[in-house]
Design a protein around this ligand. Sequence first.
Ligand code: C2E
Ligand code: CA
Ligand code: CA
Ligand code: CA
Length: 279
Amino acid sequence: AKAMGRNTLRFFDPQMQAVVTARASLEKDLREALQRNQLRLFYQPQVDAAGAVIGAEALVRWQHPQRGFVSPAEFIPLAEETGLILPLGLWVLESACAQLAVWAEQVGTRRFTVSVNVSARQFRQPNFVDQVLAVLASSGADPQRLKLELTESMLLDNVQGMIDRMGTLKDHGVGFSLDDFGTGYSSLSYLKRLPLDQLKIDQSFVRDLLTDPNDEVIARTIIALASTLGLSVIAEGVETAAQRDALAAQGCHAYQGYLFSRPLPVADFDAFLAGSRES
Ligand code: C2E
Ligand code: CA
Ligand code: CA
Ligand code: CA
């Protein structure tokens, strides 16, 4: 009885109760956000060594009428836990592909891809491949211009299933980038088996590139690894010209970060794209 009393006490801990309530309310709001069209996609430019735009990463934003701007770092994990990531991820894919079809007309034959983040739970869905192919077909987006960003944590279970799914999409032209590379624990043998196109150097290694010799070695190793495996490489979180130059000296030729631009709403991205074309 004593133990039970303690548990009961703990259950009614007002602080914990507040956390549970806050989460439940956030979950309810997120559900509504999907229905009420409160989510937006921003696009962050990806540029080559000359600063020309070669692509964009789609990043979701939630504009809540009372809470204001809610960061994806806050609601994506919740969406993953609750399963809301499935409708949310589909919405992101549909919006990004619709936008990609529009941009493809503007860029003509020039190189330009849109990268979409895919969460583990979304990618594991049995009908994920069909979903992507259906969205590509109905949006009219060119599969060759779509990149899906996966993370190393997805490699923990059923690698063969993952390889098969990637292979089918790759046969249709879809590309794959391994996001936040270096922060997880992918073995080199998996890396060789996965039909990847790109490694994305995580911003945590870029941040202290010039001051932390470990990060410098990690960045250099990732760039060399990509080259050995025949993959392209892009660095994220590039904030200074010095970081860009250090990465360029090591053989990296694609960048994303505040040095070039923050993630932008479509209208601002259009202006950025037009400006980059003139220069
Ligand atoms: P991520 O995929 O690693 O995205 C990069 C994050 O770094 C973005 O944060 C971006 O705004 C930020 N960033 C870009 N350049 C710089 C820079 O120069 N310096 C610094 N300090 N930060 C920079 P954001 O937009 O808040 O997204 C956070 C995370 O939320 C993303 O990390 C991604 O894991 C997740 N996420 C965002 N959109 C989606 C989505 O549509 N689907 C899924 N599954 N996850 C998403
Ligand atoms: Ca990403
Ligand atoms: Ca990333
Ligand atoms: Ca990251």
